[in-house]
Design a protein around this ligand. Sequence first.
Ligand code: F6R
Length: 608
Amino acid sequence: MCGIVGFTGSQEAAPILLDGLKKLEYRGYDSAGIAVVDGAQINLSKVTGRIAGLCEKTQDGRAVPGVTGIGHTRWATHGAPSDTNAHPHLSNDGRFAVVHNGIIENYMSLREELTARGYRFESQTDTEVIVHLLEMYYAGDVRKAVIRTSARLRGSYALGVVCADAPDRLYVAREASPLIVGVGVGENFFASDVTALVAHTRSAIYLDDGEFAEISPEEICVFDVAGRPVQKKISRITWDIQAAEKSGYEHFMLKEIMEQPRAVKATIEPRIHGREIRLDDADWTAEDLKKIRSVVITACGSAYYAGCAGRYAIEQLLRIPVHVELASELRYADPIIDDATLVIVLSQSGETADTIAALRECQRRGAKALAIVNVVGSTIAKIADWVLYTWAGPEIAVATTKGYTTQVCLLYLFALYAAKRLGRIDDKQYNSLLDTVLSLPKLIQKTLDMNPGIPKLAAQYHSHEAVFFIGRNTDCAVCLEGALKLKEISYLHAEAYAAGELKHGTIALIDEHRLVVALCCNEKLMEKTMSNILEVKARGAEVLAVTFRENSKIVSLADEMVYVPKVPAILSAAVEIIPLQLFAYYVAKENGCDIDKPKNLAKSVTVE
Ligand code: F6R
């Protein structure tokens, strides 16, 4: 989704802004722009399309001189992608320029009011009201104008403002949208995401909702809505710069698939001490756990599918009902949730609008919420009652991989931890499952190593008209994520089905133009899924089976095989998904797709 950056110092601002915007490209965008203060005027450059176009238009920034400026990547919400709708937006008198992430919910009424007062609108965006409000409220003090403007806005925003009357200053404001100030030496920055900062500084101030800052090259003053100074801690950004780049892989997605053993290790190992799981960062009391009568897991997209996969471990080990709900549905569902419900919210970014809304709705009904989040300090992490970070490092590819596996692994850890603390698991089973959890990084690595043939399978199947993923129980949950991965990056039609459900309708679509990927890793139900393989084979489909080597019976049924190590079913999703991620990746590559930035998708969906 949108990204914002800002710089003030003694170097030329435009090249730094363009570089920062490139680091934010992974978030998904359709247009971009920069505004740089040059003496008493603000110069603007905007393009529809890629940052490369903006670099070309500005001669890599040389055509936009000045040492203080702001930049933006836009993902259209109000008004189509266009140069006019791209940010920054300029006030009618040319004195202010603004970049904005988020949505101004009351922009219609503000637009009417400002139009009636004679302000001229150039764009269809909600953002433009902000810059005209600034002009309206400005009486020589930019801080005051920013505060008064913010007071008129309803919705979410991270704002970056420059003013021609204060040529070495940036002004920022935050409400429900991430905003980080980068602290340099003789120069300072802001951005919506640390990836745009790490090339310049590792010192950061994380603004909270309702906070503002005035940033000059020498000083950062954070203040509240009354203009009172706020003391902020300077935090260290620990993500290394390498982690935010491709490390020699052709795509971020492949890099992130390959990183999964390390990411899962980072999620699991620090939380296991001897034979004990400690989730200290979540700060639970035994009472909190005893109170839980049911669990509701809520999230969107792959995070929702991670919930579908993790559900089995919680349900089977704790023997309490677990409901997995789409956040976009739950928020309006009048859910039956109370203080005996534990809500688990999954989100890689921690900024997904529907997930935030569902979380708030559950809390309003008295439930306490545990957030499983990757991005430290994100909105969901702040709102939830407890947070467990996945510690997967930055995920740049739009399609999640390590975000998903680390979420699944944290759900496994939670299930084992809670079962042990509540005395619902005997030592033998606990120790055996704990050993499996501890060996997941190695098992994932083994899965990556034992599948060098996947690019060949992708070449064989990339032009099939549709792909159906079938499996039962835990396998079925993995099918959901496997199908999403394939469709979102390769644009092939892919669907996941509970294998037993095919006969109730969908089998009508099965013929020789369809590929069926059959997951047979749940030992108890394997024979059943194998019967379903026979059914689709009888209708001409090609079958690619995913199973473990010990399952020799399947070899004569399927056309092609992919192997994974044998893992107890309730913990198998983190391993089983690996070949499906690789398959999706290589099919997309065969089809020449823009793998890291699939069309129409954004990394972080911060609007409803
Ligand atoms: C798919 C994908 C999305 C996200 C979803 C939720 O590959 O990445 O489906 O899983 O948008 O995002 P987060 O986890 O950031 O809340």
